[in-house]
Ligand binder design. Sequence first.
Ligand code: FEO
Length: 392
Amino acid sequence: MKISDRIRYVGVNDHEKALFEGLWPLPFGVSYNSYLVVDEKIALIDTVEGEFSEEFFGKIREEIGDRPIDYLIVNHMEPDHSSSMEFIRSRYPDISIVTNAKAVPMIAGYYGITDNIITIKEGERLPLGSCGLTFYMDPMVHWPETMVTWLDEEKTLFSADAFGTFGAVDGDCRDSAGAGLCGWLGTGQNTFSAFKSEMTRYYSNIVGKYSVPVQNALKKLSGLAIERICSTHGPVWEKQIPEVISLYDRLSRYEGERGVCIVYASMYGNTALAAKALEVELIKKGIPYAIHDVARESLSYAYRDAFMFDTLAVGSPTYNNEIFPPVAAFMNGLCTRCMKNRRFLAFGSYTWAGGSVKLMNEKAKALGFELISDGVAFAQGYSPDKVQFPEF
Ligand code: FEO
């Protein structure tokens, strides 16, 4: 697909994989994006997941026919972008891999490739003819070797995972053409609105732990006059770049929108009844909210809304004197993601000795959350007179 005279999209859509990274559901699929920069020399920027190698090669051939590819730029070594590397080398034996020093041992470790590698440094430029590629290190967004590639003549940033999103992009992948999230929106719709939820889920699930490096990257890249973002997942952003950068900036500053993310799990339904009573209160007050039973759904969605909203209400029964395991996993995931800046309420039932509310409060305090109250612990069965929630 032609993005410009120089830039061609040769990525693929994956509608088969159930779990990204073996963990995160993909109800709308995912794209693995790769790009050709065509000049006197040709550069291929990143590859795609290995099972799509033949389809990928077909797309490359559609764009450049029999011309050889001179360079494979490796911005990021995670296998969703690197596992067609050996295949590409088999089709283009003279291709040179261009990457940074941190990626070199990973290339050897994953694929046993040690030859024909050009190692570049921060700010180095690779001329292609009428244009050139400049490389900037982008460590921990989302692996240590990650870098981005800048094509100044097109004001285009090849951003690796940064600004990526879940969701396949069938059809025209440019937001300027109204790219839609597969299964939701067709052309002519607002691409950012269509992808905002899946972009937030992608960020919170995959990149959220690395929010400080994301902030560092945003500062570093702020000097570039970006007119196009070519990420490794999701649409090519041309029209809604401010919205996309603003969302990544807000998420990486842990700034939530006004609203409550209710997360709970329940053994015999009493903590669930309390969660649903809280939901009704929020509806009556017109406060935006989301609610997740993490014993029955992937944590993926709870993390999305924990990043989305400024308040967390977490419900857990006391189980073996501890937090109920699915909720404990959620709380641990917040710690892993270094979550900050949240208002917090714990609630939950117990039978003979409480503990879960106190333990959740301790975790929340360790993260610097503001406790809305000491929490709402109630003995045995739920009833409205036992469970009084504080003002939100
Ligand atoms: Fe899409 Fe970090 O790989």
